[in-house]
Design a protein around this ligand. Structure first.
Ligand code: ZN
Length: 341
């Protein structure tokens, strides 16, 4: 299948990652893309450069003030004079009425849900390139390809309409879905990342036209902790168009495939005409973020099960961190898909 990729992701190389009070090197590193590229090469997929769509696809999902904040963030940050080498928020104005701030430190807090999305000098450019990658894959499918894969970095599914978090800035999966909506009245997003796709859920929570389904590690014990529960089902006109399937930590292939069967039935009942797969590979038994325990053969089976949903499909890369099997698991899921198509 065609796989969309650009080197422009390399300008985003975050360092800071705060885990249970300990500062570590972030797991969302440029080398991830190198390992994923090896997986694409092993599967003999065809690399294509993204089309530059510009702000249009981003603006369908994200607010104007958020896009302006991200575009200007680094310049405003460095103008402070004594600021650090990455933008890390030190306040979050959540759950209380507040006023949109003018100071960059205030805006940084306003537009982030956590400390896991450090902004550096090349973040905006890389995040924009990733949205072009996602929109290009969606466009390929709209133009007649059965399937396309988008190697997006940074990932996107934790990003809300106007907030970054969890290594994510612009929601590539949501952008792909909104792009498909130009042609397809109803689109489903199936998120198989080990983490709940909270940003995607938030963006489409009241939308009756986009079904969001997420299979992920139990949020009572795993990030993002405050979203991802089964009772979150959508709201208003979108009530019933959000399905969360939290799984016990350590769930293996059979348990995962069982959950996928439930997801498939829900997608079939919604009757969409296109599918976006938010393809995290961090449910792997060897992923450093250790949530679920899917094997390489499990990823092949996941790919085959997704193929049987029978919809034009855009795969958008989400999480999946540095393990020896990262590329191998990408090869497996795409081979499983193609073998069952
Ligand atoms: Zn993840």
């Amino acid at each position: 299948m065609k796989a969309v990729y650009t080197e422009r992701h390399r300008s985003h190389d975050p360092q800071f990652y705060l885990v249970r009070g300990v500062v570590k090197r972030t797991t969302e590193q440029p080398e991830r893309a190198d390992r994923l590229l090896k997986g694409l090469a092993a599967g003999k997929h065809t690399l294509v450069e993204p089309t530059v769509f510009g702000q249009g696809p981003r603006a369908r999902i994200h607010s104007p003030e958020y896009l302006r904040f991200l575009a200007d963030a680094w310049e405003e940050w460095t103008a402070i004079g004594d600021a650090g080498t990455e933008m890390i928020p030190n306040m979050h104005p959540v759950r209380q009425a507040a006023t949109y701030p003018t100071h960059i430190v205030g805006k940084l807090g306003w537009h982030t849900v956590d400390t896991s999305a450090p902004i550096g000098p090349g973040t905006w450019d890389a995040a924009c390139a990733a949205t072009d990658v996602a929109a290009t894959a969606a466009q390929l499918v709209m133009d007649g390809e059965d399937t396309a894969y988008a190697l997006c970095r940074p990932p996107g599914h934790h990003a809300y309409r106007d907030q970054a978090g969890g290594f994510c800035f612009l929601n590539n999966s949501a952008i792909a879905a909104a792009h498909l909506r130009q042609k397809h009245e109803r689109v489903a997003i199936l998120d198989v990342d080990v983490h709940h796709g909270n940003g995607t859920q938030g963006i489409f929570y009241e939308s009756p036209d986009v079904l969001t389904v997420s299979i992920h590690a139990d949020p009572t014990r795993y990030y993002p902790f405050v979203w991802g529960y089964a009772h979150e089902r959508g709201a208003g006109p979108g009530l019933g168009t959000n399905l969360n399937i939290p799984l016990p930590l350590g769930t293996k292939d059979d348990g995962y495939l069982q959950a996928l069967g439930i997801a498939e039935k829900t997608i079939a009942a919604f009757a969409p005409t296109a599918l976006v797969v938010a393809l995290g590979l961090d449910a792997s038994e060897h992923d450093p973020l250790a949530g679920l325990a899917v094997t390489t053969d499990g990823f092949r089976r996941i790919g085959a099960a997704i193929a049987k949903i029978g919809l034009p499909t855009v795969f958008v890369q989400e999480g999946g961190y540095l393990s020896d099997l990262l590329g191998t698991n990408l090869t497996a899921v795409l081979a499983g898909f193609e073998g069952a198509r």
